[in-house]
Design a protein around this ligand. Structure first.
Ligand SMILES: [Ca+2]
Length: 272
């Protein structure tokens, strides 16, 4: 009898406490999906001409590219979004340092091209959608947003439009609306004509493409250029640390795909 009472009491205790135990186990970390903007299909001239002050030879020859419609991150991927990936078991458990500048809605930094791949792989898995880095052509098309001048707002850099560094290489600076020595929270400046924030300045953004010295032989259909020196990948948009010319829509940079720096982040694209 004593034994059966004990069983009943155990069952009662189980019934009382089990639901909350199950509820705790069922509570998965919140998944943050980056907000996106749908970019319309179109054609544009990729690269620069001599009218673009500060241009370098890798931006030529200027050439026409056709772009299919795609969705791109409205903002750079933030620490909040990255940390949610780690909390959910993705991103190889890698938690980048923020240097004490803050996490939250600041752009994630210290992420290599390989790290960015781990994020889009995780995001694709949890959403059952195809996420990836922008191609270099998609990035420039989205940044220009129909504009043809050196910067999407005009011919000269301006701290009222973006967070970048001193005129002489290389250090952060506060001027005008740009009140940040280092990274700024995403969306701190007005968006470009497509409604995209921080396309230039704040942090450099990885693109898919391999390194090539110029555009001779580049794809004209908006796809990633996956020939060339593929241990190096493209970066676009300039950063808080660099001088103004790096914010030009046509500006190109390449770095080894394993490097992590405090001026490099990324933005995602979703196939439609
Ligand atoms: Ca600044």
């Amino acid at each position: 009898m004593i034994k059966s009472r004990l069983v009943l009491m155990t069952l009662a205790a189980y019934c009382l406490y089990a639901p909350s135990t199950f509820a705790q186990k069922a509570a998965a970390p919140a998944i943050k999906i980056p907000e996106t903007v749908v970019i319309p299909a179109g054609q544009f001239m990729m690269g620069s001409t001599t009218a673009d002050r500060g241009r370098v030879n890798s931006e030529s020859p200027q050439h026409e590219v056709s772009i299919k419609s795609f969705a791109i991150g409205k903002y750079d991927v933030t620490f909040d979004e990255w940390d949610a990936c780690v909390a959910a078991g993705g991103c190889n458990g890698y938690r980048p340092d923020d240097r004490g500048w803050g996490r939250g809605n600041r752009p994630v930094i210290y992420v290599s091209w390989d790290d960015a791949q781990s994020y889009v792989k995780w995001l694709s898995g949890v959403t059952s959608q195809k996420w990836r880095l922008p191609t270099e052509a998609e990035w420039e098309y989205a940044t220009r947003a129909g504009t043809t001048r050196a910067y999407y707002w005009g011919d000269s850099a301006n701290h009222d439009h973006a967070n970048y560094g001193a005129d002489e290489c290389c250090q952060g600076v506060k001027l005008g609306k740009d009140q940040w020595i280092n990274t700024s929270p995403v969306g701190s400046f007005a968006p470009n004509p497509f409604g995209l924030y921080d396309m230039v300045g704040n942090v450099y953004q990885w693109v898919q493409d391999c390194a090539n010295d110029n555009y001779k032989g580049a794809p004209a259909d908006g796809s990633a250029w996956l020939a060339g020196e593929c241990g190096y990948r493209g970066l676009r948009g300039g950063s808080w640390y660099y001088f103004p010319e790096n914010l030009r829509s046509a500006m190109r940079l390449t770095l080894p795909l394993t490097l992590r720096f405090n001026f490099i982040g990324f933005r995602v694209v979703k196939d439609l």
